[in-house]
Design a binder for this molecule. Structure first.
Ligand code: AP5
Length: 243
């Protein structure tokens, strides 16, 4: 069994008020660990009412539930390396087959290798001739900011909301503003694992920017500004491509 659906991936009723019926198609968020992909994906969910598909979240959910996939991925994730392409692609295929992806979806943390990107292009070409081509947003963030963001990240295990002790603290330290759960730090946000994740990013994921640039799909957005400013730039880029 592979767990593909889990917490907080659908818009709240307040968020749904802003949704619409347009076919938004695939939105891909690229960027190093800590760039703000997960944070921004939630803002895109709120704006367009399409689901966030975070491969990291799905792998962590499988791990927490002790599935075969979760067991195979656990040690790899703890070392800060990438899970093999075929495991991740099968997992994404299962998730994209869910009905809530019909109007579009946000890929957060996928693709992460050129092989994954080629696989995704093949799948999209087969699945819906009428679906728009992906909008690929590449978030650029200063290296030192990335380190601070990851070291200060906390998240809510119940609703998935992301905080940062330096930049986006909760109202009460270590407590979720939304549901009062105790916030947790991610297992792979230790200094040693962060360094390995950044190495994997440089070597395996950075070449993806060129892959999409050559296809005329890459939209570069500075991720160094405030969360709200970055969101505004991303929404502008999506609207520009989708109008
Ligand atoms: P994954 O969960 O995808 O982690 P990641 O890519 O390393 O990205 P993060 O989730 O760490 O960062 P983010 O960019 O989402 O930043 P966030 O919004 O949280 O992957 C984990 C592991 O799973 C991988 O190492 C690998 O083993 C495996 N895996 C996953 N996908 C895979 C794939 N496709 N193939 C193979 N293996 C795969 O923000 C970070 C912090 O910064 C937060 O505290 C936030 O509050 C803060 N922040 C965000 N924006 C701002 C801002 N503008 N200003 C100030 N602070 C901000």
């Amino acid at each position: 069994m592979v767990v593909v659906n889990h917490v907080a991936r659908t818009p709240s009723s307040a968020q749904s008020a802003q949704t619409e019926n347009r076919n938004i198609g695939p939105i891909i968020l690229l960027g190093p660990p800590g760039a703000g992909k997960g944070t921004q994906a939630k803002a895109i969910v709120a704006r367009f009412g399409i689901p966030q598909i975070s491969t990291g979240d799905i792998l962590r959910a499988n791990r927490a539930q002790g599935t075969e996939l979760g067991k195979r991925a656990a040690a790899i994730m703890d070392r800060g390396e990438l899970v093999p392409d075929e495991l991740v692609c099968d997992m994404v295929a299962a998730r994209l087959a869910q009905p809530d992806c019909a109007r579009g979806f946000i890929l957060d943390g996928f693709p992460r290798t050129v092989k994954q990107a080629e696989w995704l292009d093949g799948l999209l070409a087969k699945s819906a001739a009428s679906a728009p081509a992906p909008v690929v947003i590449s978030l650029k963030v200063d290296y030192n900011d990335v380190l601070r963001r990851l070291a200060g990240r906390r998240s809510c295990p119940a609703c998935g909301r992301i905080y940062n002790v330096y930049f986006q603290p909760p109202r009460v330290p270590d407590v979720c503003d939304v549901d009062g759960s105790k916030l947790v730090a991610r297992q792979d946000d230790s200094e040693a694992v962060i360094s390995e994740r950044l190495k994997a990013y440089e070597k395996q994921t950075l070449p993806l920017a060129d892959y999409y640039r050559r296809r005329g799909r890459l939209r570069e957005v500075s991720g160094d500004a405030s969360v709200e400013q970055v969101t505004a730039e991303i929404l502008k880029a999506i609207e520009h491509d989708r109008l």
